[in-house]
Ligand binder design. Sequence first.
Ligand code: BGC
Length: 756
Amino acid sequence: MRNIDEIVSRMTLEEKAGMLSGADFWRLKGVERLGIPMMTVTDGPHGLRKQDDRPDHLALNESVPAVCFPSACATACSFDRRLMEDIGAMLGDECQAENVGVILGPGANIKRGPLCGRNFEYFSEDPYLSGEMAAAHIRGVQSRGVGASLKHYALNNQETRRMSLNVRADERARREIYLSSFETAVKKGKPWTVMCSYNKIDGVYMSENPLYLEKILRGEWGFDGFTVTDWGACCSHIAGVMAGMDLQMPYAGPLNDQELADAARRGVVPIEKIDEAVKRILDIVFRYADNHKPDASYDKDDHDRRSGRAAAESAVLLKNDGGILPLSAQNKVAFIGQYAVEPRYQGSGSSRINATRITSAMDAAKGIASVSYARGFDDSTAENAAELIAEAAALAADSDTAVLFVGLPGSFESEGFDRAHMRLPDNQIALIRAVARANPRVVVVLHNGSPIEVPWINDVQAMLEMYLGGQAVGAAAVDLLYGRVNPSGKLAETFPVKLSDNPSYLNFPGDGDDAFYRESIYVGYRYYDKKEMDVRFPFGHGLSYTSFKYSNLKASASVMNVGDSVSVSVDITNTGSRAGKEIVQLYVRSKHNGISRPERELRGFEKISLEPGETKTVSFTLTSRDYAYYEAQLDGWYAENGLYAIDIGASSRDIRASADITIEGAKPLIRPLTTDSTLRDLMAVPGSEPIMKPLMDGMRRSFGVDADNAAMGEGADQMFLNMIGDMPVHTLRSFASGGEPLDVEGLVAAVASLIN
Ligand code: BGC
């Protein structure tokens, strides 16, 4: 066993300070005389972007060839933890082969609104799904003895002003939505490192924020790796080290290290702070060194094939009117659109991969079916090219079925800036409309990193969402179109009817450097469902070429004590004639009057594979955290007593079975009583009646109210109590004492003493 304490004790202050910032763009410093090796880190998340020379963090320069796997926007739709782990493991193998110790990713930021340019790198609008998928990604990478770097912690949900933005969100929104995704990823994935985001929260840069870096991440969630800045996110190295930020990336020059060493000499930074950070970094550096396989290599073709399978498992069949899909090889089919030969398979920015090969749908169709092709549009411009459209329409008219490959050009969505709107480029919309006029059988295959508005939806019969499906996306699309694979993905985000329906719309991207998350916890389906709004495609939606029946929902108890757990099971039967996979979703819904809550919230999912006629039982376990909200008064999670429903569904809006459960035994939440408390609060305290009655009588006298009050009619007294219930206790001085002095403080103390 290597003794890290002993190594640190032999380091000079300059060597220690040096360990806390990069050696260059991608490497950590080593200390040769102590046997500390340099370690390389690199992007991430859905492939390896290892740059040999000319490094940069926006992927403007080339990197070594690596397999480009589907982006998180796609893989999230698989709802498949094992698939995600498998992708992670392949990434880990590629890291070993390239001697990379940590791969930067996954990103567990929540898709607050559809315009964030980087949504393609994130999993979901739902924190449970996002956290589960991020944890699976991390477990997969790290199973290969390589570290993952969970990013971008936290509340980094837009690209506009990402390096200076000051985010403000209420405590419940932070905890229940934005942090919860990271919490799950940290607790279930145990990442070796966590990368902070560029933005500030409540005026404090994340790279200098002890509340998030120390109290929450390490203190509450038990994170034991090292923290690293996003590239260039460090403003003050000293403030960062003081706040629990371990590694500043990239290299910031010799003066930067010297400044830190000098600050330690002057006692401004306690040497223990530096030692702790160095130890955390060395622990990971040696963890990788001990696990590194110098002779590692990987099979590019095998990874390419598995990348294609992952894309097929992740794609979502959004619409399939009249069962137009799957196509038959006998159909005379036209593939139309530039993306049929040059698929858009990944997003732009730091995650951009130099793919080992790219398979287009046209390539993949060879040998399966004979398809003809028209380019239809050019994605370097949004201008209509009349000849391209006319040629495409003519081809469509001469075919049984037209399959349109459309999507968002790279210039529409990218790291570094946000989208301007949610539409496809005008030339693609014109193409869709023209092709639909020429042929009533139109299938649309989408390549995009985030939802789009689809006002043309009624012109087409089928829509297959491939997202940014990685380098083998063309093979996956053809397998799905021709039924060689049965679609099984479901949406990890809602498609609203239009952009202005989205809850962040009024406050995205904020004014100047301030972004207020005023929609609070009502993000994505939590908002649309609560508002009972129509959406284009709901969260969790996805079709199959077969059908599934849900039956026999059982819960192990109908009453659950806080601290206990309850098991839930449901039978799923494949009622169609093809093998297929179903994603079974479990939502919890509050049925009592309590704190403001979303209509329902995802708390479990499982993906199962079923042969025709086959039935399988899917089981879940729920704990009280699954019913809880974040209670600021407790600075913790709180499950209210009351009635809840467990909803099992095929989507958030296709609930197939429900069971009620009552939660009991939670300690009632007592708000501290003050003279600002309401009369209702005081009257609710058990045993307060004798104290409160004379005062209430005083109130009745002062307002001239009695049970037979003619002006108020029947139920006068109850109505009166309802009307004054929200008056603060201090108003008794004006209304209840008939001019006599009243000891309101004493009254509050007397009632408060009845509690406990
Ligand atoms: C991105 C990170 C990335 C880093 C290194 C930053 O601009 O936000 O996600 O890992 O650059 O390329």
